[in-house]
Design a protein around this ligand. Sequence first.
Ligand SMILES: Cc1ncc(C[n+]2csc(CCOP(=O)(O)OP(=O)(O)O)c2C)c(N)n1
Length: 328
Amino acid sequence: MPESGLTPELMKEMYYVMALSRALDDRLWVLNRQGRAPTVYSSNGHEATQVGSAFALRRGEDWIVPYYRDMALVLAWGMTAREVMLHFFAKAEDPNSGGRQMMAHWGSGRLHVLSTGAVVATQDAHAAGLALASKILKDGRVSVCYFGDGSTSQGEFHEALNFAAVHKLPVIFFNENNGYAISVPLSKQTVVQDISARAAAYGIPGIMVDGSDPVKVYEVTKAAADRARRGEGPTLIEAKTYRFVPHSSEDDDRAYRSREEVQEHKKHDPVITFAERLLKDKILTEADKKAMAAKIKQVVDDATTYADKAALPDPSTLGQYVYGGALA
Ligand SMILES: Cc1ncc(C[n+]2csc(CCOP(=O)(O)OP(=O)(O)O)c2C)c(N)n1
């Protein structure tokens, strides 16, 4: 067992969440193409990055500040498949926003998921603010915000890192670097190709990690969370990852990246490679894997049927939750 405390049981659970997220994601694309679900934003390809980091934190107790790419993250954090589907169908029972927010804009008071802002990088400043509150309240919580590589060109990214570093706030800035901001490659965003290098400008650690390996992601996140809880301040983590599908269901990625490039990355598909590793290490058996796949199919079917049949928000409630009235 690694020093970080990652047990075989937890690794199995990690794999289950990664595979569940992928299956839900696949279903969402089908529903979208059938005209039944609006826009899909995928965590497809980012599962190891998101699940590995979530498992290293106090799930449901610390704060996460996600962005639209983070379905596997919120599933690992405790959101159910039904809740995810209710959100994508914009139903009244959706715990994220009661069907009011854009698709994949997560939020849960119950689980300590800060409501997602659609303007990229604003979540970095929100996370610094949450961490300032934790420091004042001495509640021992760490705030972790997640964001793409493109968003680091925004001023808020730099402002948040600087403020958090100056005040030694218990926050982790977690970059999911998939090399693109929709059609814009990282090389057109910045000449510095490693986002983690930017940490030096703010005097905080910048850690780069292979985002296709959930165990490595777990370990660096755990170290950053321990450092934050010791009062030593923020860490910038950069997980190198890749999205296997277009930016969203409204995008056609054939316009800006070759099929060969996508296929090359798929050789390191984290859902497949992690299963292979667990089988090789005898943490998972073929029978376990088969049983998990059957359970996942049943969970995804149940979530789809449940959300499909659920009621739409009552138009008379339109003004609720705009400036107050916490959701679940
Ligand atoms: C300030 C701002 N500019 C533009 C947009 C439109 N937009 C939404 S997602 C996105 C791409 C962001 O890419 P990146 O941060 O790399 O994350 P990824 O989607 O690749 O995970 C853009 C430009 C926005 N939401 N906010």
